[in-house]
Design a protein around this ligand. Sequence first.
Ligand code: 5GP
Length: 187
Amino acid sequence: MNKKLFVLSGSSGVGKGTVLKGFLEKNPNFMLSISCTTRHPRPGEVDGVNYFFITKEEFKNCIENNKFLEWAEFAGNFYGTKKKYINQCLAEGKDIILEIDTQGALQVKKQMPEAILIFICPPSYEALENRLRGRHTEDEATIQKRLQQVKIELERAEKFDYKIVNDNLDDAIKNLEEVIKGEMQKC
Ligand code: 5GP
């Protein structure tokens, strides 16, 4: 059976991680790709679970050795998806979800046009700003950088296959399930 690759993106602070977590708890047959990043772990984040936290030097080596399916610089840090994870998931017969930024999502679509891109939208720009500030994990300069990204990301979202508004968490999870179920029924 053909395995599917879903790519989930959204603006920082939109709560896409929470939506995805809710989806994965109900649908454990999906495998989440673990990305590499050069940013520092936030409190509670674990190496090899949330991300592989690597140095810029290591990241550069991976680029040079063509290890990434896609990679991007986001708010001063590097993030990338290793081809190895995608291949591992496929070998295990799992459907895959990548939670990556919009630049990476469009790179994946170029290489794998069958990939399904889903964008999680904030109910409004203000709601997004409040959410980003409310998590108290970034300093002001980082927040500003991330807000600048929002506009660019909303433009890129126009090229996505689906958009889901995260106004209410349960509804967003349900909508994500419906989108994914609908795609799984297509052959
Ligand atoms: P955060 O630092 O908040 O965990 O993630 C910042 C952004 O990087 C988010 O939009 C997240 O989806 C994105 N991201 C995480 N992993 C990857 C990846 O492997 N590739 C790309 N292109 N973006 C990623």
